[in-house]
Design a protein around this ligand. Sequence first.
Ligand SMILES: [Zn+2]
Length: 184
Amino acid sequence: MNHCVLKIDKAGQPINWMTKQEAATLLCNNKVIWSFGEDVIEIRGGINRSGERSILKLHPILAVEGRVSARSYRVPLSNRLLARRDRHICMYCGQKYPLNQLTRDHVLPKSRGGQDVYENLVIACKCCNNRKGDRTPEEAGMPLLAVPFRPTFSEFLALANHHVRADQMAYLEKGFKHQQMRLN
Ligand SMILES: [Zn+2]
């Protein structure tokens, strides 16, 4: 499923990614307030009586009707997002790895009260994670290559989608706060 349309609320805050079909449904139900973006996404519909296929055209950023609860804007935490934030680079040895070879490392170890939050987590290769063990980076003599950060909601949306269009990225970047995100 290709989540290629950026859904925003009427205040302009990004909400989520949608598939073309979800976007088309909103459009047909008159839920779209306005839309923009440089590109035009075409959705092929059914074939009418005269044998022509209907084509719905929409912009890649759609502002939709309705209220959004604050819960919708919570940034979820997963190894996949951590890996994307840290560009699949082990934050101790600097090597790049595929996701399945990366682990979640607690900077301040869990056993010592370290929390399972973005600010205390980095992505690390299994080898470095084992070597660090139950120690802080200072104790282990393994300095972090970058300070871990909690993504803003816009940063999360950029990290969650591998195929962000240039105009969508320009829109999301208005909500970026961390320098590291420019490298992603
Ligand atoms: Zn490593």
